[in-house]
Design a protein around this ligand. Structure first.
Ligand code: NAI
Ligand code: MG
Length: 356
C-alpha cells in the first residue's frame, strides 16, 4: 500500500467548513487501489497570524514541501479588507505559498452541470454545453512584480506588471498540451494593444503556436474576452491568460457554472499539487452552515486525477455531484428561484449526500 501525504490547510472563514468535506470525500478512497491517504493539518492566513504572527509559518511551509498534495480552503478576514494600513496580511501567506512551491499553473475548469442551468443569471440557450478550461499564470505578473511601493509621501502608488519569456512559455506549454486533448482550440488573452508585458506574452504564444500546428490559436484582448465570455461562452474551450486577467475572468466565468461555490482549481508546478476552490473566505456567510462544499469536493476530484492518476475515482466524485444535483439538493447559492422542487440544504447535509 503506497502512502500519500495530504496536507489540509483550512485557512479562514468558510475555508474550514468546506475543506472538512473535501477531506471526507478523499478519505472514502483511502486504502483502495493500493493508495492510502494520510492527513496532516497546518495553519495559513488570518488564523495563522492570530496564532503565530506569520501568515505562512515555517512549520506550514515545511509540511507543504514534504506533501504529495495539498487541500486548501481560503484565506482572508474583513479586518484586513477594511484596513489597508495593516502590514501583515492573510493573502501574503497565499502568495508566498504559491511562489515557494513554484505553483505557476492554475487550472480552473468551468463546468456547467445541466441541473444548474437555471441557477445562472445567463440565459440557458446561451449557456447550454459551455465547458471551458482556464490556465491562469499564478506566480508572476503585477501580483509579484517589483517595485511595489508608495512614492511622494504616500501620494503615489506603484505596482509592476512583469513577465519573462520563460514564465509565459511554461504555462503556455501546459495550455497547448491540454488543447490537444480537447477541441484543439486555444484562446490567449492579453492586452497587447497597450501593455508591453502583454506584447511579450503574445510574441511567445505566437512563436510556440508553430510547434502546435494542430491547435487553432486565437489572441484576444482582455476587455473583449470579458464581454464574449457572457455573450457567447461556448466559443471558448482552453483559455490561457496571466495572473491578474485570469483572476478576474474566472470569477466572471463562475457565473457560467452558477456560483463561486461550484468552481474548483488545481495549482501545479514541478513539486506538489495544490487544490482549492476559487472562492475566498466569504465571511458574509461563514459560521452559518450554508457554504457550498462542492467547489472543495470538485477540487478533490481534480486531485485524484492529476496528482494520483485515479481517473475512475475522480469521475466517481463528479458523478456523485451530478447525482446529488439531479435529486434536487441545493445549497442556497445554487438554488433556482424559478423551481419549487429544489431541496435547500446546508453545508453538512450536502456533504453527507455526496459521501452517500
Ligand atoms: P468570496 O469568494 O469569499 O465571496 C464572494 C461571494 O460569493 C460572497 O457573496 C460569498 O458569500 C459567495 N460565496 C463564495 N464562496 C461560496 C460558497 N462556497 N458557497 C456559497 N457562497 C459562496 O470573495 P470576497 O467576499 O470578495 O472576499 C472575502 C475574503 O476572501 C477577502 O478577505 C478576500 O481577500 C479573500 N479571498 C481569498 C481567496 C483565496 O484564499 N483563494 C480568493 C478570493 C478572496
Ligand atoms: Mg479571485
Amino acid at each position: 500500500m503506497k502512502e500519500q501525504k495530504i496536507v489540509v490547510l483550512p485557512g479562514d472563514g468558510i475555508g474550514k467548513e468546506v475543506t472538512t468535506w473535501g477531506k471526507k470525500v478523499l478519505e472514502t478512497f483511502s486504502g483502495k487501489n493500493g493508495i492510502r491517504f494520510t492527513f496532516d493539518e497546518a495553519l495559513i492566513g488570518h488564523t495563522a497570524i492570530e496564532a503565530t504572527g506569520n501568515p505562512l509559518p515555517d512549520e506550514t511551509l515545511q509540511k507543504l514541501k514534504a506533501s504529495d498534495a495539498v487541500l486548501f480552503g481560503a484565506v482572508g478576514h474583513p479586518k484586513y479588507d477594511n484596513d489597508p494600513s495593516l502590514k501583515v496580511r492573510p493573502e501574503q501567506g497565499l502568495l508566498k505559498m504559491r511562489k515557494e512551491l513554484g505553483l505557476y499553473a492554475n487550472l480552473r475548469p468551468i463546468r456547467l452541470f445541466d441541473e444548474l442551468i437555471h441557477a445562472s443569471s445567463i440565459k440557458p440557450e446561451i449557456l447550454k454545453g459551455a465547458d471551458i478550461l482556464f490556465f491562469r499564470e499564478l506566480t508572476g505578473d503585477v501580483y509579484f512584480g517589483e517595485p511595489r511601493e508608495r512614492r511622494d509621501n504616500g501620494n503615489v502608488a506603484v505596482d509592476t506588471m512583469i513577465y519573462s519569456k520563460m514564465e509565459v512559455r511554461r504555462i503556455a506549454k501546459r495550455a497547448f498540451e491540454a488543447a490537444r486533448t480537447r477541441s484543439k482550440k486555444l484562446t490567449s488573452v492579453d492586452k497587447a494593444n497597450v501593455l508591453e508585458s502583454s506584447r511579450l506574452w503574445r510574441e511567445v504564444v505566437q512563436e510556440m503556436a508553430k510547434d502546435y500546428a494542430d491547435v487553432e490559436v486565437e489572441h484576444m484582448f482582455i476587455d473583449t474576452a470579458a464581454m464574449k465570455l457572457i455573450k457567447d461562452p461556448r466559443s471558448f474551450d482552453v483559455v490561457l491568460t496571466g495572473n491578474l486577467f485570469g483572476d478576474i475572468l474566472t470569477d466572471e466565468a463562475s457565473q457560467i457554472a452558477g456560483s463561486m461555490g461550484m468552481l474548483a482549481s488545481a495549482s501545479l508546478g514541478d513539486q506538489t499539487g495544490l487544490y482549492e476552490p476559487i472562492h475566498g473566505s466569504a465571511y458574509d456567510i461563514s459560521g452559518k452552515g450554508v457554504a457550498n462544499p462542492l467547489a472543495s469536493i470538485l477540487s478533490v476530484a481534480l486531485m485524484l486525477d492529476i496528482s494520483f492518476g485515479l481517473k475512475a475515482e475522480s469521475a466517481k466524485v463528479i458523478q456523485a455531484v451530478e447525482q446529488t444535483l439531479k435529486e434536487g439538493f441545493r445549497t442556497r447559492d445554487i438554488a433556482d428561484a424559478t423551481t419549487a422542487t429544489d431541496k435547500i440544504v446546508g453545508t453538512d447535509a450536502m456533504g453527507e449526500k455526496i459521501i452517500k
